[in-house]
Design a protein around this ligand. Structure first.
Ligand code: ZN
Length: 415
């Protein structure tokens, strides 16, 4: 059996164990997720190694090498409800194989495998929970009061899994004690770009920066029958014109190889009556780009557009920031190694930014990072249809194992 086949076999085994007819059910902190981790611990035990937990509930496996300089490989085992078989698990299973291959003789540098806890944030709404604790960016006060839909408190769900919320940031000190020289993550693309190019594998340039706002347009609610159109102060129309303008702004700021995105995903109108002109309309705006200058330009243009559209409709507009994260470009040297590995395996090395966030983004301030993407059938993810055709999957796994070897050699040479 080849390494790639062994990884795919592991993935199918895990999927069979933790999925039902609707897809993967490895929701973080719940029983099926714990079972996925028990499966993982079994695989590690077969190698004569042990799984350790950090203070944030992340799983770590250490394969000690000749040097304490460390290459970290991994991803996450948790899934959204009714999720796919590859999101997160692909990166863990491929990293497991890398450890297996290096188990035979001690590697020149230390290899650590990580399975991050609660990447998805599907239950409590906070993504990258374990990795943000390890990176030190997690604000404990922001999560202490979180509850899931059943009313279960996050602090209780974590306590059930041996994690004390107020101690989670100790994971940051634990990570800082590691002489980490690289973080490598393989992940399914979750979008249609590689498929559109018919490429198995892509080099990820970095994760998009995000500007996320709510825009509140305030006009005047009025009777729809008695208020002539020119005399209205229709908050919805101002919001709708702004949404269309933001689409144009996104297209204008996109360049080949450096696409940007913007999305209006929420619309609330008041009073929400078929016979009333909307007096208030709120929309969300989520803008993403890899280049910070481009992201700032998109934001500025969107503000101007919203003010122009508000003025035209005789309403006012207020902006309220929900969240932001700066772009996280990956390490130039690791990008070069990643390109080499992909090119050697597939002949060409297309590169693309990551629109979704990943645990890798949390590691960028602390160590050199790179990610590799696998072809995503129909661009679908977070659903049971999520898939990568087996030939593309095998090529990607081989490329990733090459990347691990190249990085181990690179770190061994460095001082
Ligand atoms: Zn994922």
């Amino acid at each position: 059996m080849t390494s790639a086949q062994r990884v795919i076999g592991d993935l199918r085994e895990l999927a069979a164990r933790t999925s039902n007819a609707e897809g993967a059910q490895r929701l973080a902190w719940g029983p099926i997720w714990r079972d996925a981790r028990a499966w993982f611990a079994g695989k590690i035990a077969e190698l004569g190694l042990e799984v350790e937990n950090d203070s944030a509930g992340n799983n770590w496996v250490t394969l000690a090498g000749a040097s304490s300089r460390t290459v970290i490989v991994g991803s996450h085992l948790d899934s959204v409800p009714n999720g796919g078989w590859l999101d997160g698990t692909l990166g863990v299973a491929a990293a497991l194989e890398a450890v297996r291959l290096h188990r035979a003789s001690p590697p020149p540098v230390t290899i650590k495998l990580v399975d991050w806890a609660d990447e998805e944030g599907a239950r409590f709404g906070r993504s990258l929970l374990g990795s943000s604790a390890a990176s030190g960016s997690l604000a404990i006060d922001d999560i202490r009061e979180l509850k899931d839909r059943q009313g279960t408190r996050l602090v209780d769900a974590l306590a059930e899994n041996g994690v004390v919320v107020d101690s989670m940031l100790q994971a940051h000190r634990e990570l800082k004690a590691v002489d980490a020289r690289a973080y490598l993550e393989l992940h399914i693309e979750q979008g249609p770009v590689l498929e559109s190019m018919q490429k198995s594998t892509g080099v990820v340039q970095g994760t998009f920066g995000v500007e996320r706002h709510m825009l509140r347009f305030s006009g005047q609610a009025a009777h729809s029958g008695s208020t002539p159109i020119p005399m209205r102060r229709d908050a919805f129309l101002a919001a709708a014109q702004t949404a269309l303008a933001c689409r144009e702004i996104g297209l204008r700021h996109s360049s080949p190889g450096a696409g940007v995105v913007c999305t209006v995903g929420v619309v609330n109108v008041e009073p929400k009556i078929v016979t009333a002109v909307p007096g208030v309309c709120e929309i969300s705006l989520d803008q993403r780009a890899l280049d910070p200058v481009v992201l700032a330009g998109m934001l500025r243009d969107a503000r101007e557009a919203s003010e122009r559209c508000a003025h035209e409709n005789r309403v006012s507009v207020d902006w309220h920031r929900l969240w932001r994260i700066e772009p996280r470009p990956f390490d130039p040297q690791l990008l070069r190694l990643c390109e080499e590995a992909v090119r050697e395996e597939t002949g060409e090395a297309p590169s693309l930014p990551s629109g979704p966030l990943h645990d890798a983004a949390e590691m960028v301030p602390h160590m050199p990072v790179v990610m590799m993407f696998a072809y995503s059938s129909n661009g679908l993810s977070h659903c049971k249809e999520e898939d990568t055709p087996e030939s593309h999957l095998e090529a990607t796994i081989r490329a990733y194992l090459r990347l691990v070897d190249k990085t181990v050699a690179h770190v061994a040479r460095s001082s």
